[in-house]
Design a binder for this molecule. Structure first.
Ligand code: EPU
Length: 296
């Protein structure tokens, strides 16, 4: 069989890749089938070349950050999955921090606090990468990332970098107009201040989260979005669903909006459980829950 343009590019430029690569290991939920191609570019140039070649070949492209808000189906992904884990440059400045899409978001928050850069100290306990946090507008009860975004670099249609100022991006609840774009990196505006109060706020929020969320379990974080001012977790809890099990997937006893993989869960268990939970909540409360977790 003839080598495709895409394969030639990977081979000639020696870009790290794997075929039929199981994806579960790269997600916090630890479930899901393989990607036809799993590619790990080490630079903006490699990333751009891979995306352009995949597009030319008509291959579907997915970007995999920290795999924290993601459920990969058991069938896997018939296309190209690009890991951002090779793009982890990070630069702290007097009034902010800039970094590649693959920088760990918890690390960014922790180091900003330690350096006395204030603004995102309440966004601790959120897993994933800077790229994912930007696209999803990561946040919670204590605020979100939107007000801190200085600029975001994305790949334009021609493969060149397009720098979008934060003010040109529409941010909403766990969503943004960056969806569907390839984020290469970004910069957050922060203010230089005394690290001590930042550290105590950081600890306070993290302690509260550790007490109310199963942070160390295999889960994808909150499964559903909070519907119009109500807590999805509280609604699910009120329907008596804590501990509800389908196969290896279970509604957490700690926070009912988390589904935990007990070890041997399949993606279909998680999907069946999510459907059952949504149906039960709708029957009892007439509230329709919408998935927050992305499904591939
Ligand atoms: N509650 C219950 N039972 C539960 C869970 C919660 O009764 O099983 C009650 C709590 O007692 C509290 C209320 O519901 O009175 C709200 O709960 P919580 O403070 O845990 O906040 P949440 O609305 O459930 C949101 C975000 C979380 C974020 C927290 C804290 C969503 C869907 N959830 O949860 O985000 O960590 O606030 O900021 O927006 C995520 O996005 O993955 C996520 C975990």
């Amino acid at each position: 069989m003839c080598e495709s343009h895409f394969e030639t590019l990977l081979r000639e430029r020696e870009i790290e890749h794997e075929r039929q690569a199981p994806l579960g290991r790269f997600t916090t939920m630890r479930v899901g089938g393989p990607a036809r191609w799993l590619v790990t570019p080490k630079s903006q140039e490699e990333l751009s070349a891979v995306v352009m070649a995949a597009r030319t070949e008509g291959l579907e492209v997915h970007i995999l950050g920290g795999g924290a808000n993601l459920l990969v189906r058991d069938e896997g992904v018939d296309g190209v999955v690009i890991r951002t884990s090779g793009m982890t440059w990070c630069r702290f400045e007097d009034d902010g921090v800039a970094g590649g899409a693959g920088v760990s978001f918890p690390r960014l928050v922790r180091e900003s606090v330690a350096r006395g850069l204030g603004g995102i100290e309440s966004l601790c306990g959120i897993p994933g990468t800077l790229g994912g946090a930007l696209v999803m507008n990561a946040g919670g009860r204590f605020g979100d990332l939107a007000p801190h975004v200085d600029w975001v670099d994305t790949l334009g249609d021609d493969g060149a970098i397009e720098r979008l100022p934060g003010t040109a991006i529409a941010f909403g609840y766990r969503q943004s107009s960056l969806a569907g774009r390839v984020v290469v990196g970004g910069r957050l505006k922060l203010s230089s201040t005394d690290p001590e109060p930042l550290m105590s706020r950081y600890r306070e929020v993290l302690t509260a989260k550790e007490a109310t969320q199963p942070l160390s379990a295999r889960s994808a974080g909150c499964l559903f979005k909070n519907p119009g001012g109500q807590s999805a977790g509280e609604l699910i809890d009120r329907c008596g669903l804590k501990g509800f099990v389908v196969g290896g997937a279970r509604v957490s006893e700690v926070h009912a909006n988390f589904v935990v993989n007990d070890g041997a869960a399949k993606a279909s268990d998680v999907i069946d459980l999510a459907t059952a939970v949504r149906d039960r909540v709708f029957d009892r409360t007439k509230v329709e829950l919408e998935l927050e977790v992305k499904v591939w």
